[in-house]
Design a protein around this ligand. Structure first.
Ligand code: GLU
Length: 472
């Protein structure tokens, strides 16, 4: 029997896009222009580690530059290749279009196991990679702006920004060459939590639509849902923590690479994170049952399954065993094209990655704007708004003849700071995009699932920009 070749990540994304193109009946030339990857650079560069030269390989792919700068994270991982980086760059193009972030799509990857190197070595490697990207035209505030992704965070972004600054001290906007920086180095408050928080805003919006809930087979409010989450990294941790602490959902299982924790009464996400920080494993966590069969965790019966780890976690071999009613794709590409087909036949609803995890790039956009304007959001208005609130409280007290309660005073006299504004902008963005997705579904009865709807929304916007401007 010949073994069936599974699709690559890039093929998987392209097939999903094709499904939306078919619904749209789009001109094949425009379809081709949208789908094709503009350019991918592969860089091999040597770095001296412990007195010996090691050669590292990295990629940066630009999928679409119909808008500049192009945007997307850089991942540091022991498994990364050109196909993956190109698939992720394509997802960035659609992601930005869906949430009305005026950027093209890009992605970078460096083949490295960061756990094998100390901080100084990581700094040398990151700076050298950044220098190569700048020199080759793949990193600048105007054209290509990276961000954190798997295996990278604030620390790496600060090194990248500093490297660019040294190469281009005359560029007054140098801080905008990368997003996801520490707040003390030009970052924006709320960027680290943004992707996870965005996932929660999506789920909250979904629960505001009874018809969508009914179609999915969910009942009750958000607090009564049983949730399984895969991956307690930056995205999964913030999403799970908010669902646990603010929405009072029951997190009945947490899946990590080294196993799965289960407890039908709910698991305290913060406790698990603390335990992981201390023990570097979830094994032995006292308030849940542990099993080393991590893969089986995805097949647990639950209301909402949130894959927040790697791509291709739900594939042709396990899709038929999934028992969740709703899958919320916090990771990029966690469901393969073939699995997506199986899940749709099983009538499992999927909220797709290109929309669900777009909170990260949304707040990156805010950070980029903040860097270009050289001023913290809220700096001009905050005290003014507080004075306005004080006047309203005084007026109320004068009219009623009674002193206002402390909580009323607190609510009315609060002027929005940067974090409030970032969260408000993020919430607004995720809610607007949900409505756009729903409108696409309501206005075209050929669209039967959210993934197709999301791509239809994105492709419509991108093709409009090709048609309006033309290609020269
Ligand atoms: N790496 C994140 C993503 O996949 C963030 C990208 C960005 O902020 O540019 O969406």
């Amino acid at each position: 029997m010949t073994e069936r070749k599974t699709l690559s990540f890039r093929e998987s994304v392209n097939f999903m896009v094709d499904r939306a193109m078919a619904v749209l009946n789009i001109d094949p030339c425009i379809a081709n222009a949208i789908k094709s990857c503009d350019s991918t650079i592969k860089i091999n560069f040597p770095v001296e580690i412990n007195g010996k030269l090691e050669v590292f390989t990295g990629w940066r792919s630009v999928h679409s530059n119909h808008r500049l700068p192009v945007k997307g994270g850089i991942r540091f991982a022991p498994i990364v290749d050109e196909d993956e980086v190109e698939a992720l760059a394509a997802l960035m193009t659609y992601k930005c279009a869906i949430v009305d972030v005026p950027f093209g799509g890009s992605k970078g990857g460096l083949l490295i196991d960061p756990s094998r190197y100390n901080r100084d070595d990581m700094q040398k490697i990151t700076r050298r990679f950044a220098r190569e990207l700048v020199r080759k035209g793949y990193l600048s505030p105007a054209t290509n702006v990276p961000a954190p992704d798997m295996g990278t965070g604030e620390r790496e972004m600060a090194w990248i920004a500093d490297t660019y600054k040294h190469l281009h001290p005359e560029d007054i906007n140098y801080l905008a060459c990368v997003t996801g920086k520490p707040v003390a180095h030009g970052g924006i408050r709320g960027r680290t939590e943004a992707t996870g928080r965005g996932v929660v805003y999506v789920i909250r919006e979904f629960f505001r639509h009874p018809d969508d809930l009914r179609r999915t087979g969910l009942s009750g409010d958000l607090s009564s849902q049983k949730i399984v989450i895969q991956g307690l990294g930056n995205v999964g941790y913030h999403a799970a923590k908010l669902l646990d602490e603010e929405d009072q959902c029951k997190i009945i299982a947490i899946i990590q690479r080294d196993g799965v924790l289960t407890n039908d009464n709910g698991i305290c996400v913060e406790d698990v994170r603390q335990y992981m920080n201390e023990h570097k494993t979830i094994k032995g966590f006292p308030d849940a049952k542990y099993s080393e069969n991590a893969a089986a965790g995805l097949e647990i019966e639950c209301d909402i399954l949130i894959p927040a780890a790697m791509e291709a976690q739900i594939h042709v071999n396990n899709a038929c065993n999934i028992k969740a009613k709703l899958i919320v794709e916090a990771a990029n590409g966690p469901v393969t094209f073939e699995a997506d087909d199986i899940l749709r036949k099983k009538q499992i609803t999927i909220l797709p990655d290109a929309y669900v995890n777009a909170g990260g790039v949304t707040v990156s956009y805010f950070e980029w704007v903040r860097n270009l304007s050289h001023i913290r959001f809220g700096r001009m208005e905050r005290r003014h708004d507080e004075l306005h609130g004080e006047r309203i409280v005084k007026a109320l007290e004068t009219m009623t003849g009674n002193p206002a309660d402390d909580w009323i005073k607190k609510e009315l006299i609060h002027g929005a700071d940067e974090l409030d504004l970032v969260r408000s902008g993020l919430d607004d963005t995720m809610r607007n995009s949900f409505l756009q997705m729903k409108e696409a579904m309501d206005s075209n009865n050929k669209i039967k699932d959210y993934r197709t709807a999301v791509y239809v929304v994105a492709i419509n916007k991108i093709s409009r920009s090709y048609l309006d401007i033309g290609v020269y």
